[in-house]
Each structure stands twice: as C-alpha cells, then as structure tokens.
Design a binder for this molecule. Structure first.
Ligand SMILES: [Zn+2]
Length: 229
C-alpha cells in the first residue's frame, strides 16, 4: 500500500528496541524485522511507535502556523466532524508540501499537505479528513503492521518499508471509504466529495493514477452507495 509506506514512517531505533531489546546504536544497518518479531509487538507498542513517527515527521516537515489561512481552513473543516475517535483526541497539521497527499497514524495524527488543500474544494477535503478518520477508527495502521510478512528497515532516513498485499491495501481503502461515507451522511455533509477527490487526486496514491483498478473500484463503490442513498 502506498498508503502505509507514506503513513507509517516508523523509526528504526524505536522498533529495534522493541523487537529485540537491543541497546540504542548510532548506526543501525539495514535489516529485516520478521513477521515473528512483528507479532511480539503489542497494540500499545504500535501506538507508541506511531506517536514517535508522527513527532519525527513533524520535525522534518515545514508546518503551517496556526494563523496561516490553510491551517484556519483545515480547522474550520474539521469542526463538523468528530474531534475524538476511540477516545483519542485527533490532531491536525498542514505541511507546506506541493505533493497532494494526506496521511494519518493510529494514535490520532492527521496531516495534510498544502498541495492537496489547494487542489480540493471544501467538501472534497472533508471527504479526505473523514477517510483518514476512518483509517484511525478501524485501526488499519495496526492491522497493516500485523499482517506484514516482514518490515524492512533502511539505513537512510530511518524509514521503514512495510510490505502490504495489493488486496489488503484495496480492502482497507474501500473500508475507509465506506466508513467515511456513513460519517459524512450522518453529519449532513456532501458525500459526493469522496468521488470528486478521487477523480482529482487519489489520496495516498502517487503511483496510482485515476485509472488504477483500486481507484476505479473505490469510485464505483461510492457512486453505487450514493445512488442507493
Ligand atoms: Zn486511505
């Protein structure tokens, strides 16, 4: 899933500490964490890793200040949506980054690039936010790690590559869209945004153009739900 490669930029030291209890090292060689080692991680471990990943990403990003018009716009758009999920307070930031992208981590971080904010209308952005809230609510970040056959830790940028099967990725996207659809409808918001944002920019999918089968299926799924609504 491009999704999770983008979402979970986990940190090698932290993960290495958790899976093998090794001492902190200045330089950790590229390595693989096996599925057996992954299974030893508790939900709380994964929450802690996600929290750390969010903090580290924020440190590397250029974050729009609260008074910036994009931050104000995002804050306004979240007002009609839940502020908490699974009893976790959600927190948002806009990154100054021209790549149209959005991601979330299971501990409640939702990050949206300025490139996506300028590309989308308000109802389309609310659809993106609802979709990211869905990933958090459905704990996809945890399932994704649990189902990974292995995780590869690279020596550059402390990034992890999580291998996720195409079917799993597609299933999570459809599940998140369905959750987002119900959420938007329950708040009297326009669920057509889910389709329009996909047409404009399939989120999490820099390598997946609109013609990609997953995107086509997602659009068909929401269009079908809209027609029966
Ligand atoms: Zn998604």
């Amino acid at each position: 899933m491009e999704d999770l490669k983008n979402i979970i930029l986990l940190f090698s030291c932290l993960l290495m500490l958790m899976v093998c209890g090794c001492q902190n090292q200045n330089k950790i060689p590229p390595t693989r964490v096996s599925s057996e080692q992954i299974k030893q991680l508790s939900d709380n471990d994964i929450f802690a890793i996600s929290q750390q990943a969010c903090v580290e990403n924020d440190k590397r990003a250029i974050i729009a200040p609260d008074y910036n018009f994009l931050s104000k716009r995002l804050s306004n758009l979240t007002q009609n949506l839940p502020q908490k999920i699974n009893n976790i307070e959600l927190n948002y930031q806009v990154y100054f980054d021209s790549e149209p992208n959005a991601w979330s981590t299971v501990n409640g971080c939702i990050r949206i690039n300025s490139g996506l904010m300028t590309l989308l209308e308000d109802n389309e952005l609310q659809a993106v936010i609802a979709h990211e809230q869905a990933h958090i609510a459905l704990k996809h970040g945890i399932s994704m790690i649990r189902q990974a056959p292995y995780i590869e830790i690279t020596d550059k940028a402390s990034e992890l590559v999580i291998v996720v099967k195409e079917e799993t990725s597609q299933q999570f996207e459809i599940e998140a869209d369905n959750y987002a659809f119900d959420l938007l409808v329950s708040k009297n918001l326009d669920a057509i945004g889910l389709v329009n944002m996909l047409i404009k920019m399939p989120i999490h999918a820099k390598n997946q153009p609109t013609s990609h089968p997953t995107t086509m299926k997602r659009i068909a799924n929401i269009t079908d739900r809209l027609s029966h609504h």
